[in-house]
Design a protein around this ligand. Structure first.
Ligand code: AMP
Length: 199
């Protein structure tokens, strides 16, 4: 299956994508993780992206589109993949459409994790407190709130974009982690018992 997990920062996309990867073998492709690795390695891309990421802005489309175009060609992606954090705006979604079309393939579904904004801000504050002085340069309240604004302005319009195509599946992201996973499996028609994907 080729999936997109869509939702604001703190909605649990990464956690859920990782769980689905573990159970079904669809590879989790997180542009955020890839960009953080590029920053850590001092890669040219990382030099361009680091400051933008630290303040919660998006990095240029050509960078992330290039990363994804290359990554989905890798052999491990043949068993399916979950795009986690990509696309983040309409231009990226259109670039993805062209990419998939040129390969004669298409997305199976877009999972939207619905989370209340007020809850997100408190999750974000919790995460920022946990990460204090720690792992992610953008895990501070200011940058995370900025990411939420950027999400509403640039990424949320993709909900309509995919709804119009009939591939949007909305899931209540405010439930417990296990319940959310179960709901995702249900809307995708995946079998949980055997751990084998139906598609
Ligand atoms: P994430 O881990 O998905 O929350 O992403 C962390 C940061 O990486 C974002 O705030 C952006 O600065 C950058 N980023 C990740 N994915 C994208 C994308 N698809 N387009 C632009 N910037 C991205």
């Amino acid at each position: 299956m080729k999936l997109i997990f869509l939702g604001p920062p703190g909605a649990g996309k990464g956690t859920q994508a990782s769980r689905i990867e573990t159970t079904y073998g669809f590879v989790q492709l997180s542009t955020g993780d890839m960009l953080r690795a590029a920053v850590a390695e001092g890669h040219e891309i990382g030099k361009r992206a680091g400051a933008l990421m630290a303040r919660g802005d998006l990095v240029p489309d050509e960078i992330v589109v290039g990363i994804i175009a290359e990554r989905i060609e890798q052999p491990d992606c043949r068993s399916g993949y979950i795009l986690d954090g990509f696309p983040r705006n309409t231009a990226q979604a259109q670039a993805l459409d062209r990419m998939l079309e040129s390969k004669g393939t298409a997305l199976d579904a877009v999972i939207e994790l619905e989370v209340d904004d007020a809850i997100l801000v408190s999750r974000i504050e919790g995460r920022a407190a946990e990460a204090e002085g720690g792992a992610r340069a953008d895990d501070n309240v200011e940058a995370l709130k900025k990411r939420l604004v950027v999400y509403h302005e640039q990424t949320a319009p993709l909900i309509e974009y995919y709804r119009k195509r009939g591939i949007l599946r909305s899931v209540d992201g405010m439930k417990g982690m296990d319940e959310v996973t179960a709901e995702i499996e249900a809307v995708l028609g995946l079998s949980t018992k055997s751990g084998v994907a139906t598609n």
